[in-house]
Design a protein around this ligand. Structure first.
Ligand code: M6R
Length: 614
């Protein structure tokens, strides 16, 4: 949700900022901008839309700024004010001497704006951020010290922020600070980098300092000073980032999403290595610190997550309750944090997040931690803010996911939930040995089953083309695959903008059935097992209302041919593992529909990969 970068050193800054922003484009792509310190002034360049537009704006100005060695940059996901050039960051004060880039939300911006307007400041944008530039500039006019001005200003600001600020009168200085938003400082030789996330700096340095809330850092090419809230200097803790620079490539695929869908067999193989050797060996989860005693003392598990991770959590509930006999609640983090939530030291709280930075989930985790719960984090980013809060960690190891629509991280989260549930069941002794062995054996076969589906993707493409020109789409399922229906619908909504909804199949007759007619596609997730016959009946009910029926099934039952207009077949799989197999065709349907409609598959409108505002 917005990305910020900064650099102070000896190298030309423009490319460093643009490369950094390119790595952060997953955080938003509504607009972008940079501010460059020149010999006499600070020059600001901005553009609406994707970063490529900013590069176009900069081209004619290249000669003016190529020698500059200090600057800040921003990529925006709009919260306050439309995605226009005027609302793009960096924001300046009236004299143009101070510039600010910001990630987060200034909650008391209206009050601050009124006060600053009364003092004579003229606002040009509708953003909350512009209050920060005027506020810091007005304090600076009195104290004549940028660090001090930021320290005073941040005491007046309410909300979440990562800020990077420079002033024309302090030619070799960046001041950065944060509260409830990610920010790290890259440490180089005679240079410092600032970024919302590691990919923006890893090409330049592996040494970094994660700023903690309310610290203010002052950076010059050869010095770094970090002060805490009481303005006491503290010793910086420099960490070595466990990252290698990776050149992100589509490897010949048209979109990152398609490439990431194809990576899923290997993602599962990678996760299982070292954790599940054979069907007879116990599950190994080295960073999970739950033993027989802690599990015995648990009376419930609470899983919190957002979006796709929430759907993985819903399946997690199903399997943990089934394997481990512990009651599990699942809740959207954004709901969890604004009510009286009852958790204590007898509750295991599991946070699920691809990015490990989602603001709502992070807040929920911190609340539960303060109440004494054991915090277990399932994340694709073991270096994230959530991972740093964890008592136990399950890294999902999906690799970098570029496409905003989550695919391989979802399959990785599901795989991790199976491992975790089996791990706890083994400790608690709640599963028969034969069931454990059979399930593990089937898990080891999952990569091949996904490969079989991918080998027949043309059939799914045909299905997608047939139904692409529809306004609405309904997905139905029951039991363990109800979240599969929700996730299938979310994928389609996100990248094609078709109004898609997932329903428990049994709920159709309680209202949604009123929408059905000959224009409405209804996709039934019809996997063999405990609810197969029930979904079949619900599909008959939909067929009787003339809906356009599609089946996603592992059944070869001949009677399906009369009921469904299109049948997508997947390999045989036990019901308990079917959500992994069933999801692959649904990802492909969403992908091929969006691609057929000419949508921006990897960067759908209005979205960002990492949502760091509540
Ligand atoms: O990084 P997280 O898993 O915490 O992100 C949660 C959601 O924002 C995310 O899953 C979102 O729904 C994706 N766009 C799904 O494709």
């Amino acid at each position: 949700m917005c990305g910020i970068v900064g650099y102070v050193g000896k190298k030309p800054v423009v490319d460093i900022l643009l490369d950094g922003l390119e790595q952060l484009e997953y955080r938003g792509y509504d607009s972008s901008g940079i501010a460059i310190k020149t010999a006499t002034s600070i020059d600001v360049y901005k553009a609406e839309g994707k970063l490529a537009n900013l590069r176009d704006v900069l081209r004619p100005n290249a000669d003016k700024i190529t020698q500059s060695t200090m600057g800040i940059g921003h990529i925006r996901w709009a919260t306050h004010g439309a995605p226009t050039v005027l609302n793009a960051h960096p924001h300046t004060c009236n004299c143009g001497n101070l510039v600010v880039v910001h990630n987060g939300i200034i909650e008391n911006y209206k009050e601050l704006r009124s006060e600053l307007e009364a003092e004579g400041c003229t606002f040009r944008s509708q953003t909350d951020t512009e209050t920060v530039s005027h506020l810091v500039a007005s304090i600076y006019a009195e104290v004549k010290d940028l660090t001090k001005a930021v320290q005073i200003a941040t005491k007046k600001i309410e909300g979440a922020y990562a800020l990077c600020i420079m002033h024309n009168n302090e030619p070799e200085k960046l001041v950065v600070t944060k509260r409830n938003a990610p920010l790290l400082i890259g440490v180089g030789e005679g240079e410092f980098f600032v970024a919302s996330d590691v990919p923006a700096i890893i090409k330049h340095t592996k040494k970094a300092i994660y700023l903690t809330d309310n610290q203010v850092a002052t950076l010059t090419p050869n010095s770094l000073k970090i002060e805490n809230e009481k303005e006491e200097e503290i010793e910086p803790k420099v960490e070595v980032l466990p990252w290698e620079p990776v050149a992100l490539s589509k490897m010949g695929y048209k979109h990152f999403m398609l490439k990431e869908i194809h990576e899923q067999p290997d993602v599962i193989r990678n996760i299982l290595v070292g954790k599940l050797h054979t069907s007879n060996s116990p599950i190994v989860l080295n960073e999970v610190k739950l033993n027989k005693e802690t599990l015995k003392n648990l009376n419930r598990i609470q899983v919190i997550a957002c979006g796709t991770s929430l759907h993985a959590a819903m399946i997690g509930k199903y399997i943990i309750e089934n394997f481990c006999e512990i009651p599990v609640d699942v809740e959207a983090s954004s709901e969890y944090i604004y009510r009286k939530t009852v958790t204590d030291e007898h509750t295991l709280v599991i946070g699920v997040s691809q990015s490990g930075e989602t603001a709502d989930t992070l807040t929920a985790i911190k609340q539960s931690k303060a109440r004494g719960s054991h915090i277990l984090i399932i994340t694709n980013r073991p270096d994230s803010a959530m991972a740093r809060e964890a008592d136990s960690l399950v890294p999902v190891s999906a690799g970098i996911e570029v496409s905003v629509a989550a695919t391989k991280s979802y399959i990785a989260q599901l795989t991790s939930f199976y491992l975790l549930a089996l791990y706890m069941a083994e400790i608690k002794g709640t599963m028969a040995q034969s069931d454990l062995t059979n399930l593990k054996a089937e898990m080891l076969l999952l990569p091949q089953k996904i490969e079989q589906i991918l080998a027949h993707k043309e059939e799914i493409q045909t299905c997608a083309r047939k139904y692409a020109n529809t306004r609405d789409f309904i997905y139905i399922a029951r039991g363990i695959n109800y979240p599969t229906a929700l996730e299938g619908a979310l994928k389609l909504k996100e990248i094609s903008y078709i109004n898609a909804t997932g329903y428990p199949a049994g709920e159709l007759k309680h209202g949604p059935i009123a929408m059905l007619d000959e224009t409405m596609p209804v996709l039934s997730v019809l996997m063999k097992g405990s609810v197969y016959e029930k979904i079949l009946s619900n599909s008959e009910e939909a067929k009787a209302r003339n809906a356009r029926m599609i089946a996603l099934t592992n059944s070869t039952d001949a009677k399906l041919d009369d009921l469904f207009d299109f049948i997508i077949r997947v390999p045989e799989v036990t019901e308990l593992l079917s959500p992994i197999v069933a999801m692959i065709p649904l990802q492909l349907i969403a992908y091929y529909i969006a691609e057929f409609l000419g949508k921006d598959v990897d960067q759908p409108r209005n979205l960002a990969k990492s949502v760091t505002v509540e």
